[in-house]
Design a protein around this ligand. Structure first.
Ligand SMILES: Nc1ncnc2c1ncn2[C@@H]1O[C@H](COP(=O)(O)OP(=O)(O)OP(=O)(O)O)[C@@H](O)[C@H]1O
Ligand SMILES: [Mg+2]
Length: 360
């Protein structure tokens, strides 16, 4: 096991700067996810950690050891990819034990380790099957088993669940999380799926066009997104954004949007200091914008769509010409055409500077 430290790690492909000066310190045993949209440099960063790509600048350190110049097989890593390649002519047992057999370990030791991995991944009954006789989720679990059985210092996974259907993704990610907790193997996981990242990780590193935007525990990134990009990327459905004007009023901050004003608490006054013209972007998550409650801050508008998803119902409301999404109790859903108020608690309002996008 080892910590993984990326120091100003960059990777350039010709004119494309795929990864730019990435600084992340991953603790021994931590589960860290690189999260971001397609093309933001997640796979490139992971390939550098694996040794499949050589960084153009910066360093990669495992524990105390600089591994930047080492080949993949000298790093004691295990990799799991999206298109997991199992050996089709080998049984599950042979697939999982392949790396151990190559290391010429004692047969009894191999059997014991394979049995332990199969047990953790619930593959015990499938050991004599061929990959073609398994479901997608079972095959992916075999790929994970083959990776972890060697007891690597660092486990690297690039979108390992993307080929699975929705139900299987959720089941398999639970198994991956449980396994990682049991083994305590330092893990770097790549995904573009924010929910997957939130559920699995000790910390999430959000990337955009090769640059790190924010790194922190899932709920911290969710509750206090560092900028507009992170705020819009994390959370589903996406956060509502309003261009607002901020002004002082009796020690409070008046936040004007369209024809409506909501008064933010005095704490928000410090946000004003960071602005030169009083303009800001207010962000509120749909799940914090509640119909039919009496939270202190309110936006009024006309319902144009009602979307039940089971536990809650989303309501799309026209607020002075802006489409705003909120939630309501399914049993008390309004109907299109109703005028309603969407309320939110002051603590659930996020303010950002329009020019830079940074959190105020
Ligand atoms: N071998 C390469 N040669 C040139 N450009 C590359 C190469 N590999 C990646 N890139 C570019 O580097 C950028 C980052 O690519 P990368 O594969 O790391 O993105 P990603 O975040 O993994 O995206 P996805 O979610 O689509 O897998 C992209 O602009 C990509 O086109
Ligand atoms: Mg990728």
């Amino acid at each position: 096991m080892a910590s993984v430290t990326l120091q100003q790690m960059s990777k350039q492909f010709g004119v494309v700067r795929a990864v730019n000066a990435l600084d992340i310190a991953i603790a021994d045993g931590e589960f860290l996810t690189l999260l971001g949209p397609s093309g933001c440099g997640k796979s490139t960063a992971l390939a550098c950690i694996a040794g499949l790509e050589r960084p153009s600048a910066g360093a990669i350190v495992f524990g105390e050891k600089d591994v930047t110049e080492l080949a993949p097989h000298e790093r004691n890593i295990a990799l799991v990819f999206q298109d997991f390649a199992l050996y089709p002519h080998m049984s599950v047992r042979e697939n999982i034990s392949f790396g151990l057999r190559q290391q010429r370990l004692d047969g009894a030791v191999i059997s014991k380790q394979v049995a332990a991995a199969a047990d953790m991944l619930d593959l015990g009954a499938l050991l004599d099957r061929r990959p073609s006789e398994l479901s997608g989720g079972q095959r992916q679990r075999v790929a994970v088993g083959r990776a972890v059985v060697r007891n690597p210092a660092v486990l690297l996974m690039d979108e390992p669940l993307s080929n699975l259907d929705a139900g299987l993704r959720i089941k398999t990610r639970t198994e991956i999380k449980r396994l990682q907790r049991e083994l305590g193997t330092t893990t770097v996981f790549v995904t573009h799926d924010q929910e997957e990242a939130m559920v699995l990780s000790d910390r999430v590193a959000v990337m955009r066009t090769g640059e790190l935007q924010q790194v922190g525990p899932p709920m911290e990134v969710y509750r206090r997104p560092a900028n507009l990009f992170v705020a819009g990327f994390i959370g589903s459905p996406a956060m509502n954004f309003f261009e607002v004007e901020l002004g002082r009023r009796d020690g409070r901050v008046a936040c004007t949007f369209g024809g409506q004003t909501v008064e933010l608490p005095a704490e928000a006054a410090s946000s004003l200091d960071g602005l030169n013209n009083g303009r800001a972007v207010l962000g509120v998550r749909p799940t914090d914008l509640l119909a039919g409650t009496s939270a202190p801050l309110r936006l009024h508008g006309e319902v144009f769509l009602v979307e039940p998803i089971g536990p809650v119902c989303y309501v799309d409301v026209d607020v002075d010409g802006h489409a705003v999404k909120g939630v309501c109790e399914p049993d008390h859903a309004p109907t299109p055409g109703d005028r309603i108020a969407l309320s939110f608690a002051p603590g659930r309002a996020h303010l950002f500077e329009p020019a830079t996008g940074r959190r105020l």
